[in-house]
Design a protein around this ligand. Sequence first.
Ligand code: NAD
Length: 486
Amino acid sequence: MLSPAAEASDLLRHFGLSGSGGLDSRSPIDGAVIGSVDECTDVEGICAAAQAAFLAWRTVPAPRRGELVRLWGEELRREKTALARLVTLECGKILAEAEGEVQEMIDICDFAVGLSRQLYGLTIVSERPDHRMMEQWHPLGPVLVISAFNFPVAVFAWNAALALVCGNSVVWKPSEKTPLVAEAVLVLLRRAAERFGGVPETLVQVAQGGREVGEALADHSRMALVSATGSTRMGRELGPRVARRFGRVLLELGGNNAMIVAPSADLKLAERGILFSAVGTAGQRCTTLRRLIVHESIADQLVARVRELFAAVNIGDPREPGVLMGPLIDEAAWTSMQAVVPDAEQVEAVAGGVYVRPALVEVEWPDHRALNETFAPILYLVRYSELDQAIAINNGVRQGLSSSIFTTDLREAERFVSGVGSDCGIANVNIGPSGAEIGGAFGGEKETGGGRESGSDSWKAYMRRQTNTVNYGNDLPLAQGISFDP
Ligand code: NAD
């Protein structure tokens, strides 16, 4: 197997990228530098160019805009393997998951193409004779996308595919930990734009850098929507900044996701759900299973099984077939893991990378460690006796992203997804909290930020709503019957 640096160099050449600049990217596989990019130094120029591109792009009919996204999807299909390999090198998730991530980009492109013919408004009856009311959705303006390291390309695509069909330009501030994949995605967008012809050159721009670059862009009045994915800390800082200038924000922040396993659960299914949700992306998904809430009657049996499964997880270079779990993103992640699980185990895999064994920690509820999101493969186990108690534990954290229940009892399942059940943006039955499809709206409540991206009617966040009242009569009656005659 090539070293990450050698493989990255081949892939960068494949995408026609120089891989040089002032900002280094390191592979978590062995900690070595695998390429670098130029940092953004001209925020003003980027914002002005985004505005110019928006003014031109909004005049292109939406179904034509959809054609650009269709072509982008084709480029992604063609380069799925190469892009996925770069994702693996830069963020450390196993190849199967990296390919899944690129597939998610393709899926959202397909969705957005259909959507480009369905940006529906409404007509509304008027209380006045010979009047008609309607609601239209218009392009919004430049959209700033700030993304996290753990879904370094899919989150951008969720935002960009919708933003583009909605008639907006896009500026992308990727995570400083995963800058190379962003450059590769931009190459594919440029190829699509060339085939389309006549796309404004600055329709999609990448602004590389850390939080300072994110902050400067988010402060700019031209950025009509700031869609930011990352930690709750980041959202807490960013939200008020954007609100201060009355900009719009769409926040996708930290999770603290639970699974309830009820006495009637199909335990074989539950075990598989637990393994994928707790161990996938080395516990570094926003929807990672963090809290397993198990009925006391089956807890001993399930704990023993989960311990067995965790002990058997093949941990190593995420490019190796058969490996289920790659490295943590960096040393800092290991320090955070050890702070809450002092006896967490490191695994010898590839020198220079941080490889750990997933940890199962039994706690009494409430436990302060389990109230916070530690971005590492830690699963807290809590026992319960009554369903309402389990739902209260599910809801008893500050975050509200994803949740699930394993049960074959219809009443329990329906109660969990009802208005008095889970308080999360996502509530699943007999599947884990992780691994959403693009067709649904994705996001969460409380400190997860309240934003919704991807499917359903999430597109409305990327457009501005306009209410129109049209008078086709010869009089000017006022609403509410007001008389205003001199
Ligand atoms: P992070 O908050 O450290 O960084 C995320 C992005 O925000 C990066 O691009 C970073 O440069 C930028 N940033 C940081 N501070 C900023 C500021 N003050 N102003 C502007 N930009 C700023 O997060 P991370 O470590 O990359 O990702 C892990 C976190 O992201 C976890 O908490 C995870 O749950 C969350 N996440 C949430 C979702 C979701 O959809 N809800 C998806 C993926 C990740």
